[in-house]
Design a protein around this ligand. Structure first.
Ligand code: PLP
Length: 451
C-alpha cells in the first residue's frame, strides 16, 4: 500500500483514525473542490462521505447557521422547542411520502438507524407485540457503527469483533441479480430475492420478527446496487402479510442523491420508518433524523413517550443548516440536476466499460453511480482479494486529484466496486473533468495489476 502523502505527520501525533493512511490536511473547500495545505486541488467525486449534497462553501447555508449561532446556539430539547427544528420537521414532512410526517432529530446516520430500531421495538411493546424483536437486515449492507446498527449490518469485518456484545440479527442476501447464472429474467430474480425475506421470516418464526431494514439503493457495501423493479413491491407485500415494519435506511440515498428526494421514491415504496442523515445537513453540521407514520409514533407517545434522546437531538444550529439545505435543494433544483447529471455520468461510465473491459455492471441512479472491477466480467470472476484493487484505485485517483468512494466489505459477493457521487451541484463540464481523471486512474490500475 502506498501512502498518498505524508505531510506534517509530526504535527498531529494525538489523533487516531480508522483510516489506513495519513491523509493531507485540508485547507479550504468550494463547490465540488477541496484544497490541502500545500495548495493541491482535489475534485470531490465522493461528496465527502456521500453527504455534501449542496456542495462546499454554500453561502446561504453558512449564513443561516451564523444567524442561528448569534440567536441561540443551544437549547436542550427536553426544556425548549426551537423554531429551526420545527421548521425542518415541517419541511421534511412536506417532502416525504405516505404519511411519514412524525420527525425525530439525532446527530448522524448511525444514531438515526439506532433510533429507528428502538422506535420499532417500542411500538411493538406499546401495541402488545412484545414477542417481536428480530430485525432482519441484508448481507452485505452497512447501517452504521454503533452496537445496535452493527447487529443489522452485513459485513463480517465490521461485526465479527463486536458480535460478542451485540445481538446479531438474521440477514438475507442483497439482490446482486447481475451475478446470477440462471434462466430467470431480472424481474423474476427481483421476486426471488424478495421471497428470501419471506423464507427467513418463516425460518425465524413470524411472531418473533419485528422489522426489515434495507437501503432502497445499496450504498457503501454494494456500490449503488439498484434492485429490480419487482423487488420492493414484493417486499412490502411480505412485510404486510406478517405485520412486519419496513425501515428504509435513506442515510446515503436521501435528499436528492439518486435523482428523487428519497431513493425509495423510485418505486413508490411505503416504508413505515425512514432514517435520514448525510445530505440532510450536507456536512455543515452533524444531523440525522427519523421519520415515521402516526401509526407507529401514536402508540409510543400514548404509552409514555419515546425512551430515547440525545443531548444534541434537535440542535438549533444543526437544524438551521438542515432548513437552509432544503432551501438550497429547491432553489438550485438539485433533485432534478442529480437526475440529469446522473444520466450523463451513467453514459460516461458505460464508455469506460468499453475502454477498460475489466469494468462491468454499471449501476445506480442520479449522482449515485457504481461499477465493479472483475478479473473476468463475463464469468463474474472477482480479482484476488489480496490485491485490494478498489482501494488501490482510490489511491491512484487521489494522487491524481480525484476523490472517489469505495469500501472493502466481507461477506456476500465480495468484489472490487467503486462509486462516483459528486455534489448535486455538479455541471456537465465537471462530470467530464471527473471522468478524465478516473480514466487516467483506471489506466494506471490496469498497468499496475496487469488487467
Ligand atoms: N446508513 C448508511 C446507509 C450509511 O451509508 C451510513 C454511513 O455511511 C450510516 C448509516 C451511518 O452513518 P454515520 O456514519 O453518520 O453514523
Amino acid at each position: 500500500m502506498i501512502a498518498v502523502q505524508s505531510v506534517e505527520t509530526d504535527r498531529r501525533p494525538n489523533l487516531f483514525h480508522f483510516t489506513r493512511l495519513q491523509r493531507p490536511i485540508v485547507d479550504r473547500a468550494d463547490g465540488i473542490y477541496l484544497w490541502d495545505k500545500s495548495g493541491r486541488r482535489y475534485i470531490d467525486g465522493s461528496s465527502g462521505a456521500v453527504n455534501v449534497n449542496v456542495g462546499h462553501g454554500n453561502r446561504n447555508v453558512i449564513d443561516a447557521m451564523k444567524r442561528q449561532l448569534d440567536r441561540v446556539s443551544f437549547a436542550y430539547i427536553f426544556q425548549f422547542e426551537n423554531e429551526q427544528a420545527i421548521e425542518l420537521a415541517r419541511g421534511l414532512a412536506d417532502r416525504l411520502p405516505n404519511g411519514l410526517d412524525r420527525i425525530y432529530f439525532v446527530s448522524g446516520g448511525s444514531e438515526a438507524i439506532e433510533a429507528c430500531l428502538k422506535l420499532a421495538r417500542q411500538w411493538a411493546v406499546a401495541t402488545g407485540q412484545d414477542k417481536r424483536w428480530k430485525i432482519i437486515g441484508r448481507m452485505p449492507s452497512y447501517h452504521g457503527v454503533t452496537i445496535g446498527t452493527l447487529a443489522v449490518t452485513g459485513d463480517d469485518i465490521l461485526t465479527k469483533t463486536f458480535d460478542a456484545i451485540g445481538r446479531p440479527m438474521p440477514l438475507v442476501p442483497a439482490p446482486f441479480v447481475h451475478r446470477d447464472h440462471d434462466n430467470l429474467s431480472t424481474e423474476q430474480r427481483g421476486i426471488r430475492y424478495a421471497d428470501m425475506l419471506e423464507e427467513k421470516i418463516l425460518e425465524e418464526g413470524p411472531e418473533s420478527v419485528l422489522a426489515f431494514v434495507v437501503e432502497p439503493i445499496g450504498g457503501a457495501a454494494t456500490a449503488a446496487l439498484v434492485p429490480p423493479n419487482s423487488y420492493f413491491p414484493r417486499i412490502r407485500e411480505i412485510c404486510d402479510r406478517y405485520g412486519i415494519l419496513l425501515i428504509h435506511d435513506e442515510v446515503m440515498t436521501g435528499i436528492g442523491r439518486t435523482g428523487k428526494f428519497l431513493g425509495g421514491d423510485h418505486w413508490s415504496c411505503r416504508p413505515d420508518i425512514v432514517a435520514l442523515s448525510k445530505g440532510l445537513s450536507s456536512g455543515y453540521a452533524p444531523l440525522g433524523a427519523l421519520a415515521a407514520t402516526q401509526r407507529i409514533v401514536g402508540p409510543v407517545v400514548e404509552t409514555g413517550g419515546f425512551l430515547h434522546g440525545h443531548t444534541y437531538g434537535g440542535n438549533p444550529v444543526a437544524c438551521a443548516a438542515g432548513v437552509a439545505v432544503l432551501g438550497e435543494v429547491d432553489r438550485l433544483g438539485l433533485v432534478e440536476n442529480s437526475a440529469i447529471m446522473g444520466e450523463l455520468l451513467r453514459g460516461e461510465f458505460e464508455a469506460l466499460t468499453r475502454r477498460f473491459p475489466f469494468i462491468a455492471d454499471v449501476r445506480g441512479k442520479g449522482l449515485f453511480m457504481g461499477a465493479e472491477i472483475y478479473a473476468d466480467p463475463l464469468a463474474k470472476e472477482p480479482l484476488p482479494q489480496g490485491l485490494n484493487a478498489n482501494l488501490r484505485l482510490i489511491d491512484l485517483a487521489f494522487e491524481r486529484g480525484l476523490i472517489i468512494y469505495s469500501r472493502r466489505v466481507r461477506g456476500g459477493p465480495v468484489s472490487d466496486n467503486f462509486m462516483v457521487c459528486p455534489p448535486l451541484i455538479v455541471t456537465s463540464d465537471q462530470i467530464g473533468e471527473i471522468i478524465a481523471v478516473l480514466g487516467d486512474s483506471l489506466q494506471a490500475l490496469a498497468s499496475e495489476l496487469d488487467l
